[in-house]
Design a binder for this molecule. Structure first.
Ligand code: GAL
Length: 831
C-alpha cells in the first residue's frame, strides 16, 4: 500500500513538473568556444574546437585589444563634419581589432525539448552578419549587428541528445563611425514551448484610457497553433498584476475563427498608479493559454500605465504633465567592458545620469540592449530608441546602406516588437543625419519608416535627427516627421518653427561640447575645433566642434521657446571611437564629448547639467582644481556650477566678489558672435570669475539664495604631496551570480585627503576571494593601456577599477598599490 502511494506521489510530482514546464527559457552563457580563424568546417558537430578559446557570452572579442591605428584605419572625408578631402583617420572606430571573422560554438542539452514541442533561439544582438548553424545545418542569417532576432529551431534540434550551435560573425572594414564591438555581445536565449504557444514578442499592450479612477488596458496576444487544431479550442486567461503580485484585473477569452489567431482583450484597472520617471511603477500581464483544459503556455509581459502626448505649441506631456527632455545620447559600449552587455554596468550609468537630473536616453544610433530598456523601465528613465545611422546612402563604405532595401522593414519590425510594451519607451527615432536629407525622394523613405512605426505601434511619436536644416526645412523632409528632431544648429529652431507645420521642435542631438576630465587650458576662451599637443580639451567647458556649441546655447532655447521640447546631449558618457577634434592624431581613440568620462567619472560639465536639470538637490561645484605650481600671480579663472542664484568666491579668505546669474540674457538678445565670445549665455547659467589670480591655498565659495542669505559653502584646497591611495566602491554588496560588478574609484590623495589633481601614478590591482578583477579605465582618450590588465595609470588623479562577483557567495578583497605611496584595500560581500 505504501509502495503504491509512493508511486502515485512520484507520478503526481512528474505530472505537476511537466505541467509547470509548458515554457522553458535558458540562457547560453558559459562554455562557448571562440576563434578568430575562419573555417567553414566549424559548422559540423564533430568539429574539434578544443584548441579554441573558452569564453562566456556576452562577449566582445575586440575589447581585449591590443590597440593599434592599423586595426581600423579609414581613409575618408567625413563630409558631415565639413571635411572636403580624405584624411587618414586613426582611432575613428576605437583602434581595436573588431574587423574580420569570428566563430563561436557551444553544445547544450535540452531535456525539456521532447517530441511535439517547439523551440526558438533568440539573439539579443550579435556583431555582425550572423550566420547561425545548429547540428550542422544553417538556421538563418541576420546582418544588422545591433538588432535582436530569432529563429524557429524546432526542425534543427535533436530531442534528448546533445545539440551543437555554431555562429559565424563578420565585421567589414569601414562599416562604422564608432567602435561597434564584435562578437556575441548580447545574450542568447533558447525557448522551448508547446506546439500551441504565444510567440516571441507576441503581446502588445496599450493603455488607451487613463483617468484617476481607472485605466483601460488593451492586450493583444498572438497565438501560434498546429494548423489541424480549431481556433475555438483555445482560450486565453490574462491576469494583470501590480508590483506586489496582486491580480488587479483578469479576463478570459475564447478565440473565434474571425480573430485570425489574435486574442484582443480590454481590461480595466481601478485606481491605477502611473509609471513616471520619479515613480516607475510597473504592472505585469500574465497570459495563460489553454487548449480545452490543458495549459499550453504562460507568458509574462511587463508594462506601465502611462500616457504620452505631443501637443503643438505646448510640448511633450507625460501623464498630462509637460515634461521637457533633459536627455543624453549614448552609444552602446560600456567603456572598458566594450560592447559586452552587463546589467550592473548599465544600471550604474542610469544611476549616475539620474543624479544629474537626466530623464531620457537616446540609444544613438541603434537598437538598445534589452537590459538597458528593462533598467530604464525599472529605474524611471525615458528612452528614445533609434534604428539607423544610415539608410540607402552611405556615410561609411560598408555600412547599412548595403542592407537597407532588403532589411530595413524587418529591422524596424523587430525593434518595434521587442520594445513596444516598455513603459520607458516614449519615442522612436528612425534615423540619424542620413544623407537623404538633401536628396530627392528622401522624405519618402522617412515616411515609409515612420509608417512602419505607426503601423506596429500607434501610441508613440516618431522623430529623426536632422542636421541639414537648410535642406530639410525647404524640401518637406522635416515636415513629414511627426516630431521634427534637429541635431545641433539651435539658432535655426525659430526658423524651423516658422516653416514647419508641427509647431514643436526637438533637440534630438545637442551640444557636442568637448572636454577632458581635470584638464584645464589657458587662456579661457570659447573655441571651436581647438587642438592641443596633449590631445585633450579644456574642462572649463568652453570648447566645441565646428557644427556644435556649449551647453547653455541649448539650455536657453528650451527655456525660452515654448515649442522647444528639450534636448538629447551628445553624449552622456564618453565612448570608444570618434576622438573629435583629434581625427588624425593617434593615439587618440575615444571621445571627448561625454559629460561623464569613459571610466564613468563625472567631468566638471556634469555639475553644470546637474545645476540646471536636478532642481531637487543642491549643486555647488568649483573649478578648476587649485594646484597650479608655476601659475602664481597669473589669471586663473574660477567657475562655479550651482543651482543657487548667486555666490561669492574667496581665495585664501579674500573676497573675489559676488556673481549672480544674469536672467536678462535670453535666447533673443544673445545670438551674436560677440555675445557668444563674451560668454553672455553662460552668465545666465554659470557663475564666472574671469580675473582671479592663482595663489596656493584655499578657494571657498559661499552660495546665496534669492533673498541674499548665505545658504551653503564649499572649499577646495591646493593639495600637498601625494600620500596614499583612497578607494570607494559604488556597491559593496553584489549578487553571487558571476556577472555582478562593483565599480571602484581609485585616487591618490595627500595626507589630508585632498585629491592630487595631476597624479598619473601606475596602480596595480589584486583581487582575492569570491570574485575577480574585470577591467579598469581612466578616461584618458590617448591611453593605450589595456582595460583587462590589472594595472593602469591614473588620469587627473583618478581611475575606475571593476571587480566581478563569482558564482559562490563570500567576500572579495580588492587591493590597490603603487610605488612609494600607501596602498589601500577594500572588501565587497557577495550574496
Ligand atoms: C553628430 C553625429 C554623432 C556624432 C556627433 C559628434 O553629427 O550624429 O554620431 O558623430 O556628430 O559631434
Amino acid at each position: 500500500m505504501r509502495k503504491i502511494n509512493l508511486a502515485l506521489f512520484c507520478w503526481l510530482c512528474i505530472l505537476s513538473a511537466t505541467m509547470a514546464q509548458v515554457r522553458t527559457e535558458i540562457l547560453l552563457e558559459k562554455n562557448w568556444k571562440f576563434t578568430r580563424e575562419d573555417n567553414s568546417g566549424a559548422i559540423n558537430p564533430e568539429f574539434d574546437d578544443s584548441k579554441w578559446q573558452t569564453v562566456t557570452v556576452p562577449h566582445d572579442w575586440a575589447i581585449y585589444g591590443p590597440f593599434s591605428s592599423q586595426n581600423d584605419k579609414q581613409e575618408v572625408a567625413i563630409t558631415q563634419d565639413g571635411q572636403k578631402e580624405a584624411l587618414e583617420h586613426a582611432g575613428r572606430t576605437g583602434g581595436l581589432p573588431f574587423v574580420g571573422v569570428g566563430w563561436y560554438r557551444t553544445s547544450f542539452e535540452l531535456p525539456q525539448f521532447t517530441k511535439g514541442k517547439k523551440a526558438s533561439i533568440l539573439f539579443d544582438g550579435a556583431m555582425s552578419h550572423a550566420n547561425v548553424y545548429i547540428n550542422g545545418k544553417k538556421v538563418g542569417y541576420w546582418p544588422y549587428g545591433y538588432n535582436s532576432f530569432h529563429f524557429d529551431i524546432t526542425e534543427f534540434l535533436n530531442p534528448g541528445e546533445k545539440n551543437t550551435i555554431a555562429v559565424r560573425l563578420e565585421n567589414y572594414p569601414e562599416s562604422s563611425r564608432w567602435y561597434p564591438g564584435a562578437g556575441i555581445y548580447r545574450n542568447v536565449h533558447v525557448i522551448v514551448t508547446e506546439d500551441a504557444h504565444i510567440p516571441i514578442w507576441g503581446t502588445q499592450i496599450t493603455t488607451p484610457v487613463i483617468t484617476k479612477e481607472f485605466a483601460k488596458v488593451n492586450v493583444k496576444t498572438k497565438l501560434v497553433r498546429p494548423s489541424a487544431s480549431a481556433p475555438d479550442q483555445y482560450r486565453l486567461v490574462t491576469a494583470l498584476k501590480d508590483e506586489q503580485g496582486r491580480t488587479v484585473a483578469s479576463q478570459e477569452k475564447v478565440l473565434s475563427s474571425y480573430d485570425q489567431d489574435l486574442f484582443t482583450q480590454e481590461l480595466v484597472v481601478e485606481n491605477p498608479v502611473c509609471w513616471d520617471t520619479e515613480n516607475p511603477v510597473l504592472y505585469t500581464a500574465e497570459s495563460k493559454l489553454y487548449q480545452g483544459n490543458i495549459e499550453k503556455d504562460v507568458y509574462t509581459t511587463t508594462f506601465g500605465i502611462r500616457s504620452i502626448e505631443v501637443i503643438p505649441d505646448k510640448g511633450f506631456f507625460l501623464n498630462g504633465k509637460r515634461t521637457v527632455f533633459k536627455g543624453v545620447c549614448n552609444h552602446h559600449d560600456l567603456g572598458p567592458l566594450g560592447a559586452a552587455v552587463n546589467d550592473a554596468a548599465i544600471r550604474r550609468q542610469i544611476r549616475i545620469l539620474k543624479d544629474m537630473g537626466c530623464n531620457a536616453i537616446r540609444t544613438s544610433h541603434n537598437m538598445p540592449a534589452p537590459e538597458l530598456v528593462r533598467a530604464c523601465d525599472e529605474m524611471g528613465m525615458m528612452v528614445m530608441a533609434e534604428s539607423f545611422d544610415e539608410w540607402k546612402h552611405p556615410k561609411v563604405k560598408n555600412g547599412y546602406n548595403h542592407l537597407f532595401d532588403e532589411w530595413a522593414e524587418k529591422d524596424m519590425v523587430n525593434l518595434l516588437h521587442n520594445y513596444r510594451n516598455s513603459a520607458s519607451l516614449v519615442m522612436w527615432c528612425i534615423g540619424n543625419e542620413v544623407p537623404e536629407q538633401g536628396i530627392e525622394g528622401g522624405s519618402k523613405i522617412g515616411r515609409f519608416l515612420q509608417d512602419i512605426c505607426h503601423r506596429e505601434d500607434p501610441t508613440r511619436p516618431v522623430t529623426q535627427g536632422m542636421d541639414q536644416p537648410q535642406h530639410v526645412l525647404n524640401n518637406n523632409f522635416a515636415a513629414v516627421m511627426e516630431v521634427a528632431g534637429f541635431n545641433y544648429r539651435p539658432h535655426m529652431y525659430q526658423e524651423a518653427y516658422k516653416k514647419l507645420p508641427q509647431q514643436i521642435v526637438l533637440g534630438s542631438e545637442t551640444a557636442s561640447t568637448v572636454s577632458s576630465r581635470g584638464v584645464y587650458k589657458f587662456p579661457v576662451v570659447r573655441a571651436s575645433m581647438k587642438t592641443y599637443d596633449d590631445h585633450q580639451s579644456s574642462s572649463y567647458d568652453v570648447e566645441h566642434c565646428g557644427w556644435s556649441n556649449l551647453p547653455e546655447d541649448d539650455f536657453i532655447q528650451h527655456e525660452d521657446l515654448p515649442y522647444a521640447i528639450g534636448e538629447f546631449v551628445w553624449t552622456g558618457f564618453d565612448y570608444l571611437g570618434e576622438p573629435t577634434p583629434y581625427y588624425t592624431n593617434w593615439p587618440s581613440h575615444s571621445s571627448l564629448f561625454g559629460i561623464i568620462d569613459l571610466a564613468g567619472i563625472p567631468k566638471d560639465r556634469y555639475y553644470l547639467y546637474r545645476s540646471h536639470w536636478n532642481s531637487k538637490e543642491e549643486t555647488l561645484h568649483i573649478l578648476p582644481h587649485w594646484n597650479w605650481k608655476g601659475r602664481e600671480g597669473e589669471v586663473t579663472p574660477i567657475f562655479v556650477y550651482t543651482n543657487y542664484p548667486s555666490a561669492e568666491v574667496f581665495i585664501n579668505g579674500k573676497s573675489q566678489g559676488k556673481r549672480t546669474k544674469d536672467l536678462t540674457k535670453t535666447v533673443h538678445n544673445t545670438g551674436s558672435k560677440e555675445s557668444q565670445e563674451a560668454f553672455e549665455r553662460q552668465q545666465r547659467y554659470r557663475l564666472m570669475w574671469m580675473d582671479t589670480k592663482y595663489e596656493p591655498g584655499t578657494v571657498k565659495v559661499v552660495a546665496y539664495d534669492e533673498n541674499g542669505k548665505a545658504v551653503a559653502e564649499k572649499e577646495i584646497r591646493t593639495a600637498g604631496k601625494p600620500h596614499r591611495i583612497e578607494l570607494s566602491a559604488d556597491r559593496s554588496e553584489l549578487s553571487a551570480n558571476g556577472k555582478d560588478l562593483s565599480f571602484i574609484n581609485v585616487r591618490v590623495v595627500d595626507k589630508d585627503g585632498n585629491l592630487i589633481p595631476d597624479a598619473t601614478n601606475q596602480i596595480e590591482f589584486k583581487v582575492k576571494g569570491a570574485g575577480s578583477y574585470r577591467a579598469a579605465a581612466n578616461g584618458n582618450s590617448v591611453s593605450l593601456e589595456l582595460f583587462h590588465h590589472p594595472r593602469m595609470k591614473l588620469f587627473s588623479g583618478q581611475l575606475t577599477a571593476i571587480v566581478q562577483s563569482g558564482d559562490k557567495a563570500g567576500e572579495i578583497t580588492f587591493e590597490a598599490t603603487t610605488k612609494g605611496l600607501k596602498g589601500a584595500k577594500l572588501k565587497i560581500v557577495t550574496k
